[in-house]
Write a protein that binds this ligand. Structure first.
Ligand code: FMN
Length: 390
């Protein structure tokens, strides 16, 4: 199978599996501990049903979605994913370029390999920057200054990654980001396409955005050591207030699940929230974002833009999220599988698949505009009234 023959995201995942060494694929696919959270993210979407409406002659569906003063081509974007340069050289830049070409937002990860300044200017202006707050505030503040200088208008603070999580696939594989144990190294020989790119670009990619703060900036290991001494910092609510004061653009808090946290973030001036469980990579027994989303929406109302990620593999997942009241959605692994499978064309293929599936589901619902999707189209037999104190 070739990339252009992929019918769905699972096909792209299979292609990625062929190209990547096991340990690298495990890093993308895997989650925390028993990976209950990863599975639950998928199941939680599948528990919702979309109820079709017929006889409406709905032949096209308008996917355009306004968000933070721009209009995107579809109601989803590319979530921040670290170390994309390991999946394919220039991986971050490819994600940014594909997003720009498709008219979708791209969130540059706080642990990406490219430097902000390496993004093509138009791709940078289309990008949002995701910050992992570290110990040295001066460095974080300099990074967000660089993001603003590049024309990025949205800052995303990820708040769910303060605890170093136990990802057992990575521990078994000896995947420490800067190197692999001997076994996985041997297995990498079976993936010559990936290996050639890895070796030709000098082995383990550098965490570019931190290199200006390291003396031996060309040395990937030195930059990695610096980064791991800086991250994760001790992120608390006062930091949200501080970044609200410092950042003139839109501020988004990513990783919120509890409605009370969402309310607090909005009260502190956040413009948007990404309800997310980090794709099941942090707290294994945490709830799926799609399960928490209605509670967050009920608590926040229309005071902020509410987005969602974690578990989206089909366009119908995106439609479900919109029916639940999400203003926008993000995908992590879906576009990474596309990246690993086929670079920019692979990412664009992932986007095309999701777009087409959103259109198909929307047309079945007889809803000509994604903006009109709402709870009327949804049947959620498992949902019971559940209150969490706000
Ligand atoms: C390989 C990988 C790396 C990630 N790196 C980051 C990151 O650097 N920053 C961040 O906020 N989230 C990161 N995430 C989480 C994603 O932004 C997103 O929340 C998650 O992938 C959504 O779930 P999905 O993969 O099921 O779509 C990462 C996810 C994956 C799979």
């Amino acid at each position: 199978m070739k990339v252009d023959q992929a019918l769905n995201i699972a096909d792209l995942q299979r292609l990625a599996r062929r190209r990547l060494p096991r340990a690298v694929l495990d890093y993308i696919e895997g989650g925390a501990e028993d990976e209950i959270g990863v599975t639950e993210n998928l199941r939680a979407f599948a528990r919702h049903q979309l109820v079709p409406r017929f006889l409406t002659s709905c032949s096209t569906i308008d996917l355009r979605t306004p968000l933070f003063g721009k209009t995107y081509a579809a109601p989803f974007g590319i979530a921040p994913t670290g170390i994309a340069g390991l999946f394919r050289p220039r991986g971050d830049i490819m994600l940014a370029e594909a997003a720009l070409a498709e008219g979708l937002p791209y969130i540059m990860s706080g642990t990406c390999n490219a430097m902000i300044e390496e993004l093509p200017p138009a791709a940078a202006r289309n990008g949002w920057y995701q910050l992992y707050v570290g110990y040295d505030h001066a460095i974080d503040e300099d990074i967000i200054r660089r993001a603003a200088d590049a024309g990025m208008e949205v800052l995303v603070l990820t708040v769910d990654s303060q605890v170093r999580t136990k990802r057992e696939r990575d521990l078994r594989n000896g995947f420490t980001v800067m190197g692999l144990k001997i076994g996985p190294k041997m297995e990498a020989l079976l993936h010559p396409g990936w290996l050639a790119g890895y070796l030709m670009t000098g082995g383990m990619p550098r965490f570019g955005n931190f290199s200006p703060y390291v003396k031996d900036a060309k040395n990937a290991l030195a930059v990695w050591k610096f980064m791991t001494s800086h991250l994760p910092g001790n992120l608390v609510w006062e930091d949200v207030e501080r970044y609200r004061r410092l950042w003139k653009g839109r501020l988004v808090i990513k990783g919120v699940l509890h409605p009370a946290d969402a309310v607090r973030a909005v009260e502190l001036g956040a413009d948007g929230i990404i309800v997310s469980n980090h794709g099941g990579r942090q707290l294994d027994r945490g709830p799926a974002s799609v399960d928490m989303f209605p509670l967050v929406r009920a608590a926040v109302g229309n005071r902020a833009t509410l987005m969602l990620d974690s578990g989206i593999r089909r366009g119908s997942d995106i439609v479900t999220a919109l029916c639940l009241g999400a203003d926008f959605t993000f995908v992590g692994r879906a576009t990474l599988y596309g990246l690993a499978a086929g670079g920019v064309p692979g990412i664009r293929k992932a986007i095309a698949i999701l777009r087409h599936e959103v259109e198909t589901a929307g047309r079945h619902l007889g809803c000509a505009d994604v903006a009109a999707l709402c709870a009327d189209y949804l049947r959620s037999p498992h949902v019971e009234a559940q209150a969490l104190s706000v």
